[in-house]
Design a protein around this ligand. Sequence first.
Ligand SMILES: Nc1ncnc2c1ncn2[C@@H]1O[C@H](COP(=O)(O)OP(=O)(O)O)[C@@H](O)[C@H]1O
Ligand SMILES: [Mg+2]
Length: 456
Amino acid sequence: MICCLNPNCENPQNPDGTNYCLSCGTQLRSLLRNRYRIIAPLGRGGFARTYVAEDIDKLNERCVVKQLVLSQFYGSQGTHAHQKATQLFEREAKRLQELGEHLQIPNLYGYFKEGEYLYLVQQFIEGQNLLQELKQYGFFDEGKIRSFLNDLLSVLVAIHQQQIIHRDIKPENIIRRKSDNKLVLIDFGVSKQKAETTTTAIGTIIGSLGYAPIEQMQFGKVFPSSDMYSLGITCFHLLTNISPSNFWLKQGYGWTSSWRKHLTQPISQELELILDKLLQENHEQRYQSAQAVLQDLNNLPPLRHTLPPTVISPSKLLESQSQTQQKTTGYLPQFSNSKLFSGAIITGSGSSLLTIALISFLGTTWISSGLWLLILGGVILIQSRSLLEKSYLIVIAIIANSLIVLTFKSLLTNNLLQSGINGLLLVVLLVLLAGFLTLIIVSMSEIINKLISKYF
Ligand SMILES: Nc1ncnc2c1ncn2[C@@H]1O[C@H](COP(=O)(O)OP(=O)(O)O)[C@@H](O)[C@H]1O
Ligand SMILES: [Mg+2]
């Protein structure tokens, strides 16, 4: 196959031996620089086309050739947009040269002008980008998000150490390398040295809509925390399989404060807090460094179910994803044990005190139950817990209180709170009993949950 290098060609692939493109009539080049055979297009970005190629000087080793396309800026050479695009392309080459030593960033092989185009040649990374992975295997679960963060943050620590901000972190710009499953960060086209102060005149190349933080979009200012915002948005996209661009177009940055409501699977409260801090609109309130996120990530309690190791073959990935999805979404929500038990005991005993007070003063169980449900529901709902955790706590409180009310109904209608020391003593005993009951209910549901996920 010979690939046509006209960036506007709709059907660039031609059979071997063809001299002119069968689709657009452009003369075909069998080799670039007498060395690189372009095989097929890989992507069409803002101002570049990316192709997969073979290096005939290296026994036909695969490489990636990126071509700068200036025709879209209409202006002739020397206009500001033209210069800016050339400068950004050159910058990408420079960044790859500086950072290519890192195992999770492609090496730069060449940078040259041929014909009317500028070209950048880099190491080919075999694997899928995370957008392709998302399309093929569906949303990431918490285990996969944790390992994604761990892996990518170590790359971001390294590039930030060299004072470079990537500025375009998104699933398409992260490739999972097939040979070792490591994540490789690509597309340094708009990356920026911290000290540089550029305001770009080309609206389309300052980052990606929906992923870039407000300071980058509005003022062209970036900090390490700007990459942290795009990382948070990327996690959101991977967790929900919802592209953030639409939200951004409709609501700007407002939607990120309620990102949780789009979750379709439970995640731990601790991970929610990390994502919340990544997604802060104000860059000063965000994580200030990749290192700080890594630290919080390493302090997360282990996931309650052991997740399968990162998978090597696509079929295994499919299999393991369905297993982990079953484990994390199928039964009870995944909270940390200590939080779950303490949350349940507090809800159980607190709500029983409320029950006793309501029944004592109103003297009727039916109206009291309605009021009880309203008050308790309201208190639990306004807390920043996940929806599943809220429902879980409400159900447990209902069970514990129903048991107490049914067993001690005659005692409760006697207005215990106003019958002296003995009444108060009874109230304390009942509250303790309710706390103990919730503990038993939670432990039993935990055991059942474990048994179900182990055997089914
Ligand atoms: N080094 C590489 N190895 C393998 N695939 C790559 C490589 N670089 C880019 N690609 C693929 O090509 C697509 C476009 O490349 P990218 O550098 O992100 O350019 P753009 O500026 O067009 O977004 C990527 O999403 C990825 O799928
Ligand atoms: Mg890209």
